[in-house]
Design a protein around this ligand. Structure first.
Ligand code: ASP
Length: 316
């Protein structure tokens, strides 16, 4: 079902996704919803739970999760308050994919608080999958999204401080992408991903997060996967697609994430010097996560209860 309407909450540029639940679906619900989200974004899972509690669809819940993170000015990872690129401009990447294989994506978007909702609009209202830069902004404005200054006092100060030495950061040093995978009461899986990308990146750089198959991939018959970490390396290995394909071959979510990471480890002769993390969910609602190095916190919600989990890196 297409989503056509927003209703305003009064916050600038902020609107909640409308629920695409059909009444008959409520009777058919058999599954207990499951959510897995990268890193520690409790607002994301809380927003998704609100949607799922009303028997909302997984796509609505995933969009709401990312919106909650994008709207949080104190969060420097996505939406308003994101750390800018080397020129001091905030450029945002996001994508969504639903249980029917529909997807929408936006990259290098400026001055819009909710790229995830722009990605959703691209999916719902256009024949395209991806819009970038000025074209994406023009589309967003035509759909009622407001031009907003995304560089907050904190993110500007951080950038000014960085300018003094311009030390190259990695995504692991400064950044956490919000990606979420959700199975709803009907057993349908959708996902969404939103990020400000690599802090102080080259102007124009786009990472894995808006790329279907890299930052996010869903196949409702198999499961879903999403990535965070060094986007360039996720792109090179079509990371999220690979994790889902491994699940199709019979791997459980954790083993699929591990195997996708093992391939990267082998291609760097056992010693990659960057971080990549995956989350995955299978059709039967099993979830898992894995990372290359250090540790990877992530949030899992089952039966409405959210727990912060952490996995140790395969190389730690
Ligand atoms: N994957 C993101 C990017 O490369 C960064 C991150 O997840 O922290 O843009």
């Amino acid at each position: 079902m297409k989503r056509r309407d927003f209703f305003k909450t009064g916050l600038v540029g902020f609107s909640l996704p409308s629920l695409t639940k059909a009444k008959s679906d409520v009777k058919r619900n058999k599954k207990k919803p499951v959510i897995i989200t990268t890193h520690n974004f409790p607002k994301a899972n809380a927003a998704a739970v609100k949607v799922l509690n009303k028997y909302g669809a997984s796509m609505d819940a995933a969009e709401a999760a990312c919106m909650a993170v994008e709207a949080d000015e104190k969060n420097s990872n996505a939406g308003i308050g994101s750390l800018p690129d080397e020129d001091g401009r905030v450029t945002l990447d996001s994508c969504v994919m639903d249980s029917n294989g529909n997807c929408g994506s936006v990259a290098f978007l400026q001055n819009i608080v909710h790229p995830v909702s722009v990605a959703r609009k691209i999916m719902d209202d256009t024949k395209h999958v991806m819009l970038v830069g000025k074209g994406a902004k023009k589309f967003a404005v035509s759909k009622g999204f407001r031009h907003t200054n995304l560089l907050t006092k904190d993110s500007r100060n951080a950038w000014m401080k960085w300018q003094k030495n311009r030390v190259e950061m990695t995504p692991h040093d400064t950044h956490d992408t919000c990606a979420t995978l959700i199975q709803d009461h009907n057993g349908n899986i959708s996902g969404a991903c939103t990020t400000g990308g690599w802090a102080y990146k080259m102007h124009g750089r786009v990472g894995d997060s808006p790329l279907i198959g890299s930052g996010l991939f869903i196949d409702n018959n198999v499961g879903g996967a999403a990535a965070t970490g060094l986007g360039e390396e996720v792109i090179k290995s079509s990371g999220s697609f690979l994790v889902v394909e491994l699940m199709r071959q019979g791997y459980d979510p954790v083993s699929a994430c591990n195997e996708a990471l093992n391939r990267i480890i082998s291609s760097y002769n056992g010693n990659p010097d960057f971080q990549i993390c995956y989350i995955a969910i299978s059709k039967d609602g099993e979830v898992g996560a894995a990372c290359l190095k250090w540790a990877f916190p992530h949030l899992i919600t089952k039966s409405g209860i959210t727990k912060l989990k952490s996995v140790k890196g395969l190389l730690s």
